[in-house]
Design a protein around this ligand. Structure first.
Ligand code: HEM
Length: 143
């Protein structure tokens, strides 16, 4: 993980606390993401959604509580990259994922504005890049 702007991290943390006060936020996010196309729906067939919602929640809080790019966090995000590679999730799916998540934030954060949007974008873009960087390195090692 590269170091995230401290101001944005604070805004992200506060917004995350507001939206995750109820489990509805995660229900809403996965419902709209999964039902947006059959292609996306396929990924989530026969999954333990309760567990997945819990893991996503924990991951977001882990990001919010990390002041600087902690090595442990980077390793965890890189591992998540490999999990998603095995699931055959492509970059375009991450774009859809991020859009659906931000829609849910917009809906559940009563203080949503451009600053909140910019903070979430910085954090999530950073996560996605870290996930993909790990995959590029894996490919290089294989060749
Ligand atoms: C930055 C974006 C994403 C984050 C932070 C994220 C987060 C997570 C986490 C924390 C898990 C649980 C891993 C574990 O079992 O330890 C997971 C699993 C999973 N994710 Fe993602 N995810 C992202 C993007 C996506 C996308 C784009 C898709 C599909 C289109 C997807 C589909 C799945 C599926 C199918 C599982 C497996 C559930 C299972 O093993 O039962 N994820 N994700």
């Amino acid at each position: 993980m590269s170091v995230i702007n401290q101001h944005n991290l604070a805004i992200f943390r506060q917004s995350l606390q507001r939206v995750s006060a109820s489990t509805e936020f995660f229900d809403c996010f996965y419902n709209s993401f999964i039902t947006q196309s059959d292609e996306i729906g396929e990924f989530f067939k026969n999954r333990d959604m309760k567990q997945l919602k819990k893991k996503l929640r924990e991951t977001l809080f882990m990001l919010a509580e990390t002041a600087e790019g902690r090595p442990g966090l980077t390793l965890y995000i890189e591992m998540l990259g490999r999990v998603h590679l095995r699931l055959k999730v492509k970059r375009k799916h991450f774009v859809m994922w991020e859009e659906a998540l931000l829609e849910a934030v917009k809906r559940y954060d009563k203080e949503f504005d451009d600053k909140v949007l910019a903070a979430w974008l910085e954090v999530i873009d950073n996560v996605i890049e870290t996930m993909f960087r790990a995959l590029d390195e894996t490919k290089q090692m294989a060749s």
